[in-house]
Design a protein around this ligand. Structure first.
Ligand SMILES: Cc1cc2nc3c(=O)[nH]c(=O)nc-3n(C[C@H](O)[C@H](O)[C@H](O)COP(=O)(O)OP(=O)(O)OC[C@H]3O[C@@H](n4cnc5c(N)ncnc54)[C@H](O)[C@@H]3O)c2cc1C
Length: 160
């Protein structure tokens, strides 16, 4: 608890891992606190929009992220962050059993889709029901799709 990190990164999905690689290359003294390594990308069967890879499984991509990260020396704890507080000298980051001090914090805890909670949604998840236009829209090209939410008031549109 006496140690004051330059940076604490919360989350080790693609965003947190990328932040960690940059922090390591800058020679910062930093700590990564995350419930897992890889984040949501590990759940993706095939990723087709990551530059340099025409097609790669999410698991393989996450493994490559992890391999890259392992080239560097830094502190890592697999744990859930329960609280972040700003004090006058920086931040206090809390997990269930520990507290850490840092000058700066990057929160890279991702986002979760807001589910509709309607009948059939769970059964049809990734079989027609999708939550990521960037990832999956091309799969529905020239098909009739229903769009729920988003920035346009369209309820239904032809995907092209
Ligand atoms: C099934 C599926 C398929 C996908 N396919 C694609 C695709 O083909 N192409 C594409 O571009 N994107 C795809 N995505 C989306 C992509 O995975 C996400 O955009 C990306 O993972 C977001 O990265 P992130 O690092 O911001 O967050 P996340 O990947 O969500 O990572 C968040 C990290 O924060 C950690 N965390 C969260 N809360 C806490 C806490 N309180 N304490 C400690 N750690 C915490 C989590 O354990 C995790 O490690 C897909 C997502 C899913 C679910």
């Amino acid at each position: 608890m006496n140690m004051i990190y330059d940076l604490i990164i919360i989350g080790a999905g693609p965003a947190g891992i990328t932040a960690a690689i940059y922090a390591a290359r800058k020679g910062l003294k930093f700590l990564v606190l995350s419930q897992d390594v890889g984040g949501q990308v590990t759940k993706s069967s095939i990723v087709e929009n990551y530059t340099g890879y025409q097609e790669i499984t999410g698991e393989e991509l996450a493994r490559k992220f992890e391999e890259h990260l392992k080239e560097f020396k830094f502190d890592f704890k697999e744990t859930e962050v329960t609280n972040v507080q700003k004090g006058k000298d920086g931040f206090l980051v809390e997990t269930e059993h520990e507290k850490f001090k840092s000058k700066t914090v990057i929160i890279a805890t991702g986002a979760k889709p807001r589910l509709l909670n309607v009948e059939g949604e769970n059964e049809l998840k990734n079989r027609g029901v999708t939550y990521c236009a960037t990832c999956d829209a091309p799969l529905f090209a020239n098909k009739d799709v229903a769009v729920v939410g988003g920035e346009t008031p369209l309820l239904s549109q032809r995907c092209s």
